[in-house]
Design a protein around this ligand. Structure first.
Ligand SMILES: Nc1nc2c(ncn2[C@@H]2O[C@H](COP(=O)(O)OP(=O)(O)OP(=O)(O)O)[C@@H](O)[C@H]2O)c(=O)[nH]1
Length: 949
């Protein structure tokens, strides 16, 4: 039965270590541990050794016939026990030892026999003890001796046998480790280098100090129970751990990032973060950061088991990184830094406001305006525009239609607001100011004469005010608005005479707007005529009382009842017929009924108690204006409220100025300093002639008046430019030129007049000549005489100059003669109309003309049962109209020409679809539409022969 060393030491009252030493000396190696077991025979051997240990050598065989004093009966070995063959080699040379190990014969003892086979050292070839132990370990894992134990045995035996003094062993270098110590024969035999970082065991030199009795100082340390036997490394095992040794920085990272160790470091770091990402789930963004290798602050929270197989410096680097990120995460500093970066990126990417679903913008709207209003990057808007073929800069403006389109593309509702203009700032308060009741005073009525041409308006007014204007008018037709104020029985009455010709309808309507009472002049011999009816409608629209002057009752044979019947038919029931319209029978020639007419007008005025506030700044209306030599611009204005004074700063339409002087309209030489409510005056001081009907206001500051006027001019200029279209050569205007070259179908005109009102009247006449197949184009219409500039413009444009009541100056006349430009002079408007009509009719020729409308690109094709093929298009340019035709272009070739059958915008039928919008187009009798087809849409215009056809 086996007995442990410590148990036997206790039994023998020995120290465990001392017993182990005794075992070694007794020839029982490998018993350095207190837990080592001894067989009964070994115990017996130890006891025998102890009995005569001090007297006999341990190597001396025991005499079989003389049992030791303390010898106990040796039990038979149990079955299964192995009996080791102890080989006691002589100290071999290293090379010889290797050879001996290869040739060593290890004999197992058959436990069944219970016999012990012992190979005497003399008979056994010299073999290293460790080789024998290794051979034994394959069969006896329980008690296999380690290499160290074998070395111990060898050493102890060597010490026993070799007692010769060793100068090295006792010299000053005896305890130092030398190269030979760890690349000795034992190591060579195993083919393995010594393991760095582990204690180096000194191998005894051949022929060691065998002469010493207890060379314990030379013994290798006995492996403790905590040290497991070191297994022999195998090929598939993990390599030994690296020593903690200092490595150069370039190996670990930096520029030498491609070094194996650095690469390994990165791989390990990625593995760490990937592992953490896996554990924390997909929403964990830090893992992404780590995978991108953005330096420190990664991979926190891993257990020790997750650490990569890194050693030394690499491990410390990772630890520091994890620690840094740990600090970031724990303290929030890391998040703080990331937040700042994000904030920085956001602030750098866009300064737009948060996105809105509904925005309000002013027109014209720039890309920047819409971007800032909607909180959408301008680049996004520009991208949409680019897709539509518009390369827009951020400050480029968009019209209402395009802005709506972009907003729709962005999913934003847009409202258009009117900008707060300078006019709003300055004039709104003036317009909306209410006059205090105590400042209101009675004012003269403003009475306007309306009616058909030649019915006697001017004659009646002349009769009332006691002058004769009719005889001075060209052709007896009123060309200008007149306004006079007279006194009757201490009360003032203001009269406005409007031109009776129909071309002045618009001016007449303006006259009615400033009118308190309308006098409808009807010639008793003519009755109600077309222009009479028109005057009635304007008077009614102005919601002013109407008094009918039934004129020319002096003409013999007239029937006043017929005229009254006509009036009744037009809604003006005479009072003598039971209605509420006063009809005064009168004659401008004989003066009959004139007092009655005046009395009626004053009575009506009294009934209405017209009042105004003369204590405020003036505001009123410009009736007409003209350029007069020696005076500059003379504007006939009527004050509606307040008092206009010389020196006031006035803005009127796009003109402005300080009131330089005012003159009475009835007596033009009479200057007046101030004009109260309802007073007409001729005003001097405006820079340009204002248009008829423009309102004037008095402002505190002349600079404000100038700025407002200039703003209005700029606006007018833009509107004019916008309406004139392109000026450069296109197919469109080239076609016009060709037309002009062959047979002039567009007649360019330059119009000059003495007053602005005449210009408007003449242009109104032009609209009557406006025929779909004929163009009548006014290049210039302005007040004043014909100049050299006008002639040059006419020469460049093949235009005719129409001079109404004005003449060309001498230089202009000479230049026109030299260039062949025609200047036609007129003093009666209808003469202009007649001449133009004849000229245009002479140009006409029957033909058809195509007018290009727009282009649409087929983006998608829909086949709808019972309807056919509908092309989903986007309008690239111009406009697509429903009643037009389309040329189908495929691969730059016209493959057909078909009428447009249906045109739809979304689900609704559309009359037209403009540029930038999508629409559905179905062509008549053509279903082979394909994506990418281009529709060139046009319409055919037919030119008639005459205006009367
Ligand atoms: N017999 C007669 N003739 C009149 C009377 N009133 C005007 N006339 C004549 O009618 C013609 C036209 O008179 P106007 O006063 O110019 O008529 P009007 O309505 O002002 O005409 P326009 O200025 O063209 O709008 C003139 O020849 C007048 O002499 C009248 O009461 N009796």
């Amino acid at each position: 039965m086996a007995v442990r060393i410590y148990a036997l030491a206790k039994e023998l009252k020995l120290d465990t270590k001392e017993l182990a030493d005794i075992c070694a000396r007794a020839g029982i190696p490998g018993k350095g541990s207190a837990l080592a077991s001894l067989t009964e025979s070994e115990v017996e051997k130890v006891k025998q050794f102890l009995d005569g240990g001090s007297k006999k050598s341990a190597k001396q065989p025991k005499a079989s016939g003389a049992p030791p004093a303390m010898e106990r009966p040796r039990p038979a070995p149990a079955q299964g026990d192995r009996i080791k063959v102890i080989v006691t080699p002589k100290a071999p040379a290293p090379l010889e030892a290797v050879k001996a190990a290869r040739e060593a014969k290890v004999t197992d003892t058959d436990t069944d026999t219970g016999t012990e086979t012992e190979t005497p050292a003399a008979e056994s070839p010299a073999a290293p003890a460790e080789t024998a132990a290794a051979a034994q370990s394959a069969e006896s894992p329980q008690e296999q001796p380690t290499t160290e134990q074998a070395k111990q045995t060898e050493e102890s035996q060597s010490v026993t046998q070799d007692t010769s003094p060793s100068p090295e062993g006792e010299g000053p270098l005896a305890g130092m480790v030398r190269r030979e110590d760890y690349i000795g024969p034992g190591a060579s035999a195993e083919g393995k280098p010594p393991v760095m970082g582990q204690p180096v065991k000194k191998k005894p030199k051949p022929g060691g100090s065998g002469g010493r009795a207890r060379p314990a100082i030379k013994l290798a340390p006995i492996p403790g129970p905590s040290e497991p036997p070191k297994p022999k490394p195998k090929k598939d095992e993990a390599p030994a751990q690296k020593p903690d040794m200092r490595l150069p920085a370039e190996v670990l990272g930096g520029k030498a990032g491609d070094k194996p160790l650095a690469a390994h470091l990165r791989r390990a770091e990625r593995n760490l973060e990937a592992e953490k990402a896996r554990k924390t789930g997909p929403g964990f963004t830090d893992g992404d950061d780590a995978s991108k290798g953005r330096g420190r602050g990664k991979g926190r929270g891993r257990g020790e088991e997750d650490r990569p197989m890194l050693g030394g410096r690499e491990q410390r680097q990772l630890s520091r990184r994890r620690s840094n990120r740990s600090d970031d995460d724990d303290s929030g500093r890391g998040r703080g830094r990331r937040t700042i970066r994000r904030t920085s990126r956001r602030s750098g990417a866009s300064t737009a406001a948060p996105r809105k679903e509904r925005v309000a913008v002013q027109l014209p709207c720039t890309v920047r305006d819409l971007s800032e209003a909607a909180g959408i990057p301008a680049m996004q808007i520009q991208r949409i525009l680019m897709q539509e073929g518009v390369m827009a800069k951020i400050n480029d403006t968009m019209d209402e239609e395009l802005t709506e389109f972009i907003a729709a593309e962005l999913g934003v509702d847009v409202d258009f607001v009117q900008p707060v203009t300078l006019e709003d700032q300055l004039l709104t308060s003036i317009r909306e100011a209410e006059d205090p009741e105590d400042q209101l005073e009675p004012r003269p009525p403003v009475i306007t004469f309306l009616g058909h041409v030649d019915h006697g308006k001017t004659s009646l007014l002349d009769r009332l005010i006691g002058i004769n204007v009719v005889s001075g008018e060209s052709g007896g037709i009123t060309q200008h608005i007149r306004a006079y104020q007279i006194e009757k029985d201490g009360a003032g009455i203001s009269f406005v005479d409007t031109p009776g010709h129909e071309a002045f309808t618009e001016m007449r309507a303006r006259g009615a707007n400033v009118t308190d009472i309308a006098v409808l002049v009807v010639a008793a011999d003519d009755g109600v005529m077309p222009q009479t009816e028109e005057a009635i409608s304007h008077a009614k629209a102005a919601e002013v009382p109407i008094v009918v002057a039934l004129n020319k009752i002096d003409i013999p044979g007239i029937d006043p009842n017929k005229a009254m019947a006509d009036l009744s038919a037009n809604g003006l029931q005479p009072s003598e017929w039971g209605g509420d319209i006063e009809v005064v029978k009168c004659s401008a020639i004989t003066g009959e009924g004139m007092d009655d007419l005046l009395e009626t007008l004053l009575t009506v005025a009294d009934l209405h108690e017209y009042k105004a506030n003369p204590h405020r700044s003036a505001l009123g209306t410009s009736l007409e204006a003209q350029q007069e030599s020696g005076h500059g611009v003379v504007a006939k204005v009527i004050v509606e409220n307040g008092t206009l004074r010389v020196g006031d700063n006035v803005v009127c339409g796009d003109s402005y100025g300080k009131v330089r002087a005012m003159f009475d309209t009835l007596r033009p030489e009479l200057a007046i300093q101030e004009a109260g409510p309802s007073t007409p005056v001729n005003l001097l001081g405006l820079d340009v002639a204002p248009a008829a009907g423009e309102h004037f206001y008095v402002l505190d500051d002349i600079a404000q008046a100038r700025e407002l006027a200039e703003t209005r001019r700029e606006q007018t200029r833009k509107e004019t430019l916008g309406s004139t279209g392109p000026v450069h050569v296109t197919l469109e205007n080239l076609f016009d030129r060709l037309e002009h070259t062959e047979e002039v179908q567009t007649l360019n005109l330059i119009l000059r007049s003495d007053v602005r009102g005449s210009l408007e009247a003449i242009q109104k006449e032009f609209t009557k000549l406006d025929h779909p197949e004929v163009k009548l184009k006014t290049l210039l219409a302005t007040v004043g005489g014909v100049t050299e500039g006008d002639v040059q413009l006419a020469h460049a444009s093949d235009a005719v100059i129409l001079a109404f009541n004005v003449v060309p100056d001498e230089k202009a006349r000479q230049l026109a003669d030299r260039l062949g430009v025609q200047i036609r002079r007129y003093d009666v408007i209808y003469k202009i109309t007649d001449d133009l009509k004849l000229a245009l009719e002479g140009m006409l020729r029957p033909e058809e003309r195509e007018v290009e409308l727009g282009r649409a690109l087929v983006q998608q094709v829909f086949k709808i049962s019972r309807i056919g093929v509908v092309a989903g298009c986007r309008v690239l340019a111009g406009v697509i109209e429903r009643n037009s035709r389309a040329r189908v272009i495929r691969d730059s070739t016209v493959i057909g020409d078909y009428p447009i059958d249906t045109l739809r915008r979304e689900k609704d039928d559309a009359k037209e679809v403009r540029e930038g919008y999508e629409c559905g187009i179905k062509l008549s009798s053509f279903n082979d539409v394909k994506e990418g087809d281009l529709f060139e849409v046009y319409k055919v215009e037919e030119i008639g022969r005459t205006f009367d056809e």
